[in-house]
Design a protein around this ligand. Sequence first.
Ligand SMILES: [Fe+2]
Ligand SMILES: [Fe+2]
Length: 241
Amino acid sequence: MKKLEMRIWERFPELVQAVKLDHDKADLFRVHDIFHALRVGEWAYRIAYSEWGDVRLAELAGIAGICHNADHMLFKKDGPDERSVKHDRIRTVIKRWLIYTDTKSNEQELIIQAVINHTNKNSDFDPKILIALMDADRVVNAEADVIMRSAQFRNLPPIDYKHFLKDPSATYWNPKTVIYDLSGCLDWFEEGCPVCVRTQLAKQEGGFLAAYLKRYLDTVEQQLKDIGLLPCPFDETWKVS
Ligand SMILES: [Fe+2]
Ligand SMILES: [Fe+2]
């Protein structure tokens, strides 16, 4: 298979300009900044091309990646997190950006649907563009800077010494600690998990990502065990039990 000749931002420079401008206005300078959008766009472009060998499909997946922060741009106004943003508001924002592409209306609909659905669990009915976008977002969100991003921007304590990774009330959307938040990334690369990556390129990359993350999490755990603070030796009254 031929290699893609350019980066997604070289293929759609005017789209990038428009999306960047709206990111600036929304003050998205943290986790979901314009560089996150570009990284997901480039990965979605490569993932789709290497999986299906279709340049146009790859371009649409790449565009979806560039546009996929639309939910984050809007959620502060619409609700507690990006899942609560009204779909027609996402549609309006993306439609405005897609003016700067050569996409037809049926292609635009695929892009919009992919962005709206990209935080869902996997489904057998997911279209290819959505699969590429989901896999790309999972890959980028597990790359090495996730440790810095989670620690700096999630506003969470690093470690729960009582439960470590076994707090029954912690979830992906409410991780309670940085370490739990990071451990959630491993699910994306575990075969059979309802949020796992599905394309060959994402699985291949996921092998490296899961290995370094696992090593990091295991190192933290081992250091706490070695010093005698895991399991936590204190009871509720802060006496050594
Ligand atoms: Fe997202
Ligand atoms: Fe993302």
